[in-house]
Design a protein around this ligand. Structure first.
Ligand SMILES: NC(=O)c1ccc[n+]([C@@H]2O[C@H](COP(=O)([O-])OP(=O)(O)OC[C@H]3O[C@@H](n4cnc5c(N)ncnc54)[C@H](OP(=O)(O)O)[C@@H]3O)[C@@H](O)[C@H]2O)c1
Length: 273
C-alpha cells in the first residue's frame, strides 16, 4: 500500500513545522504549506514537499490542493494548523483586520477543508485535525477577535465530525496550551499596533509586554508536544474527538469548567497581571 498523504498548514514555523517532521518520520508523504516557502527549506531537505499557501486567497488555496492531487492523487490527513492572534482591544481592532483574522483562522481553513473533503469521501477515509486552542474555550482580555475564531472553530469542528463520520472521516480537535513559538510575539506586536495608544493603552502595553516575556520564557511547552499528540491522533484507529496538551492546557480547562464566569474572570485578571 502507498504511504498515506498528509497536508499540514502553517508548516513554516512552530507547531506546523514540528508536525510535518513527525508525520514524515511516521512514514507519511507530507506536504507542508505556508506563505513563506523559504522558511520551509529545511523541511524540504528532510524529504517533505513544499507548497505555497495563503489562506486569505481562494486562488492560492485551490492551487495548493490541485498541486497535491496532480502529484499524489489523494489527501488522507489534513492538519489545519495555520493561524495567528490578531490581538488588541475589541474596540480598537479595525473591522478590516478582524475580517482578516477570521479569513485566516476560519474561512481559509474551511475553504481548504471543502476542497479536500470530496477526495476523502471517495476514498472512504480521512483524518482532519483542527488546531484550535484552550483559547477556544476561555478568553483573555485583548484576545477577543482571536478567541472568537477559535470558539467558532470548536463549534464548526463538532458539526463537521458528525456530518463526515458516515464517510469514514475522523475530525479531531487539538487544543494546545502555551507553546513556545513565534505566535506570542506576533500577537503582542498586533496588540501594540492596535491598542498602543488610546483608552486601552496602559493596560494593553502591560499585557503585550507580559505576553512577550511569557513567550520568551522557559515554562512553555515545546511544539513537539503538540506534534506528537497530532501524530498519535492521526495514527489511532479510533482517535479521541479532542486532545488538550501543552503548558497548563488541562489545568486551565478544568478551572474553566469548575469556576463561575465571575471567579474565572478574576483568575484571568490576576494571571494577566
Ligand atoms: N503557540 C501557542 O501558544 C498556541 C496555543 C494555542 C493554539 N495555538 C495555535 O496553533 C497554531 C499554530 O501556531 P504556532 O504557535 O505554531 O504559531 P507560529 O509559529 O506563528 O506559526 C503560524 C503559522 O501560520 C501560518 N500562517 C499565518 N498566516 C497565514 C496565511 N494567511 N496563510 C497561510 N498560512 C499562514 C504561518 O506561516 P506563514 O507566515 O509563512 O504564512 C506559520 O507557519 C495556530 O492556529 C495557533 O492559533 C498556538
Amino acid at each position: 500500500m502507498n504511504p498515506r498523504t498528509a497536508l499540514v498548514t502553517g508548516a513554516s514555523s512552530g507547531i506546523g513545522e514540528a508536525t510535518a517532521r513527525i508525520l514524515k518520520k511516521e512514514g507519511f508523504t507530507v506536504y507542508a504549506a505556508a506563505r513563506r516557502v523559504d522558511a520551509m527549506k529545511s523541511l524540504e531537505a528532510a524529504g517533505v514537499h513544499i507548497v505555497p499557501l495563503d489562506l486569505t486567497d481562494e486562488v492560492s488555496i485551490r492551487a495548493c490542493v490541485d498541486a497535491i492531487f496532480a502529484r499524489g492523487g489523494r489527501i488522507d490527513v489534513l492538519v489545519n494548523n495555520a493561524g495567528y492572534g490578531s490581538h488588541g482591544a475589541i474596540e480598537d481592532v479595525t473591522i478590516e483586520e478582524a475580517r482578516r483574522q477570521f479569513e485566516v483562522n476560519i474561512f481559509g481553513l474551511a475553504r481548504l477543508t471543502q476542497l479536500v473533503l470530496p477526495n476523502m469521501r471517495e476514498n472512504g477515509f480521512g483524518k482532519i485535525v483542527n488546531v484550535t486552542s484552550i483559547g477556544g474555550k476561555m478568553s483573555m482580555p485583548f484576545g477577543g477577535w482571536y478567541h472568537a475564531t477559535k470558539y467558532a472553530l470548536e463549534g464548526w469542528s463538532d458539526a463537521l465530525r458528525i456530518e463526515t463520520a458516515p464517510f469514514g472521516i475522523d475530525v479531531i480537535i487539538v487544543e494546545p496550551g502555551g507553546i513556545k513559538t513565534p505566535w506570542g510575539s506576533i500577537a503582542a506586536d498586533h496588540l501594540r499596533t492596535a491598542s498602543g495608544a488610546g483608552a486601552y493603552a496602559a493596560a494593553a502595553t502591560k499585557a503585550a509586554d507580559g505576553m512577550a516575556k511569557y513567550y520568551a520564557g522557559k515554562q512553555l511547552s515545546d511544539p513537539l508536544v503538540i506534534a506528537q499528540t497530532i501524530g498519535r491522533a492521526v495514527t489511532a484507529s479510533k482517535p479521541q474527538t479532542r486532545y488538550a496538551a501543552g503548558y497548563l492546557a488541562k489545568t486551565i480547562l478544568l478551572l474553566r469548567w469548575l469556576l463561575s464566569d465571575r471567579l474565572f474572570d478574576r483568575m484571568i485578571v490576576s494571571m494577566a497581571g
